[in-house]
Design a protein around this ligand. Sequence first.
Ligand SMILES: Cc1ncc(COP(=O)(O)O)c(C=O)c1O
Length: 389
Amino acid sequence: MMDYEKLMSENVRTLQPSGIRKFFDILDTMKDAISLGIGEPDFVTPWHIREAGVYSLEQGFTKYTSNAGLIRLRGAVSDYLKRRFDIDYDPARVFITVGGSEAIDLCIRAMLNPGDEVIIPVPSFVCYGPLVTMANGVPVYVETKAENEFRLTAQELRSAITPRTKLLVLPYPNNPTGAIMERGDLEAIAEVLRGTDIMVLSDEIYAELTYGQTHVSPCNIPELYERTLLVNGFSKAYAMTGWRLGYVCGPAPIMKQMLKIHQYGIMSAPTTSQYAAIEALRNGDGDIETMRDSYDKRRKLMLKGLRDLGLQCFEPRGAFYMFPKIGGYGLTSDQFCTRFLQEEKVAIIPGTAFGPGGEGYTRICYASSVENIETALERLGDFLGRLRN
Ligand SMILES: Cc1ncc(COP(=O)(O)O)c(C=O)c1O
């Protein structure tokens, strides 16, 4: 008999599966349940973008592309970043990946030596810590605070830095809190990093989804530009999660190393998706506007609904999540969400799935129909009523 447990990589075997999955396993067994759990747009990819993918297939473009991606797409990314965010990267410093996810993995693997530390503000998206662990690095979690609007402060950053710090993740606009970093916040971060060799991995997958202000990237701060690896993608801005396409931009010597990992592990990002993405970048600004306006309406509806139920909730400034406080009912976040799903058939995610600091909170995705949001709020009212009695 093979003892598979013993054979496995220790790094992988000891990794916890994502705390989000469990809720979908329960959800799958239920009829008429509402999911405000998964973090993806509820729109179908706009037709002109799908059509560009279809047309590429009709033309027979079914082969690998160059490792770094179609040069026309890299050029389109370069133009897009300049036009939308005033960021300069020439096409040679852009490469195309399998989602923002692969881009994040490449940054981490290309940068880390065993024992190197990566500072990760939490609560945040689930992938950073596990990817650091798998690259033999050490995740150093910094808990951001509701009273600071879940921004990373200079003081919090300063106290997390050690001689082993290699990388700082800046996950803004943030999943799950909806926090953003403004120019002044980033300038304060730049001040702390001045004189160090610490690089920044800026995950800007929600850059297009900010409400009331334009996204500011670390690349817009002159002192941060040369130390930043910018990750972005098509999933959230263009409702293209299933196309699996993203990109990374950064200093040429680092990109060269990342490209080797991509070359050996991936070859090239999906070809059909790359053709569709050129169309998205060139002619998709209007779609972004329409979808963002629609999320914004639902954001306001959900925020009002939660506050009317007596829950404390920070007003999210980006992405499409609410992060209300649900502590104080004698339940852990996990118990709260599990019972809410079982008793009211609505899936939301415990804050603890997003790292330390998430206890007492839940993430609710409002990229769902107004009808679903209204029903979910009614059911939440009933549930809270029972907990309060
Ligand atoms: C903050 C954040 N970064 C990256 C990703 C991954 O996106 P992609 O579909 O581009 O791999 C997600 C997906 O939920 C996310 O929330």
